[in-house]
Each structure stands twice: as C-alpha cells, then as structure tokens.
Design a protein. Structure first.
Length: 167
C-alpha cells in the first residue's frame, strides 16, 4: 500500500525517515542522516517530531516464534451471542490477557472477531480453546483455520512514497 500524503503534513524526507526506521530501527543517527540527505541536527529534529506527533508509536524487535517453540499459527473467527458494550468489553479484556493471541481484529461480515493465535502444537491449541475461549460465555460460534505455510509477513506498516502530484 502506498502512503497518501495529499492531506498529510509529511514530506518526502519524513517518509524516507519512516521507511528507514521501519527497515532497521537500530540505525544510527549518522546513518539515517546520510540515508535521507540531511545533516544530523535537522534529521534528529524530524525524527523526534515524528515520535512526538505519534507517527512512530514504538520500537520493537521481530522474534522468530518457531525458534521459541510456537510452531502453529491459527486464525480463529469468533461470533458473539450478545453485542452489548459490556459483553464486547468482557470479550476484548479476556482476549487481551491471552498470551497466545497475537492479534485480534473487530470485523465486518459474518464473524465479529478474527484472532491470530500462536501455539506450540495441537495440544497447545486445545489448551487455548479450553482455558481461554470456553471461559468466555458470550461466544456463540468459532471457526479455526491453521496456517500451513507463511507466504508473506509484513515488517513494515506500508511502503513510504509521496503521493504523485496531480497534473
């Protein structure tokens, strides 16, 4: 996906900084400055502004889950029985506390939520269902699909390119 900057206060240099930090957040200021074509002081000011303005929300390391034993990825579609604010908050609170759940998205369509779950094996998934999902009384149905092979994993939110100017 290309970032649309038509209504954005970011310019091409800001986008280059973001792209470089998405690629390697351990880049030094000197390396970043050289990469974007600025001296270190203005580069650092822009970097700090991107943090202060919320464009950069945190820095993280990508960890190989397989090396840590989590060899199975499951996608779980959840349909809730009740959609009151209290019921939704209780569901989301329980899911936030489950370490197996890597992502949880509120969805449109036939299902209410899509979960990405990492577990060691089928026994680990069975334990997740029994201890986490079955403890949530508001789930009316769930459907699980297991990932057989990972084709693409994003390490960047999106490709940083300035929008083309109309003309």
């Amino acid at each position: 996906m290309t970032q649309n900057t038509a209504n954005s206060p970011l310019d091409a240099v800001d986008l280059k900084i973001l792209a470089a930090l998405q690629e390697n957040c351990r880049i030094t200021l000197a390396e970043l400055s050289e990469h974007v074509g600025l001296s270190q002081s203005p580069c650092l000011r822009r970097w700090r502004r991107l943090e202060d303005d919320g464009y950069i929300t945190r820095y993280t390391a990508l960890v190989n889950a397989r090396k840590l034993g989590s060899k199975m990825m499951a996608f779980v579609e959840i349909k809730l029985a009740i959609h009151s604010d209290e019921a939704i908050e209780a569901f989301e609170r329980a899911i936030r506390q489950a370490p197996q759940v890597q992502e949880c998205h509120l969805m449109t369509g036939q299902r209410d939520y899509l979960l990405r779950v990492l577990v060691d094996d089928l026994d680990g998934y069975d334990d997740f269902v029994k201890t986490v999902l079955r403890s949530i009384s508001n789930i009316s149905s769930m459907e699980t699909s297991f990932a057989l092979h990972e084709v693409k994993t994003l390490t960047q939110v999106f490709e940083m390119r300035p929008a083309k100017k109309a003309g």
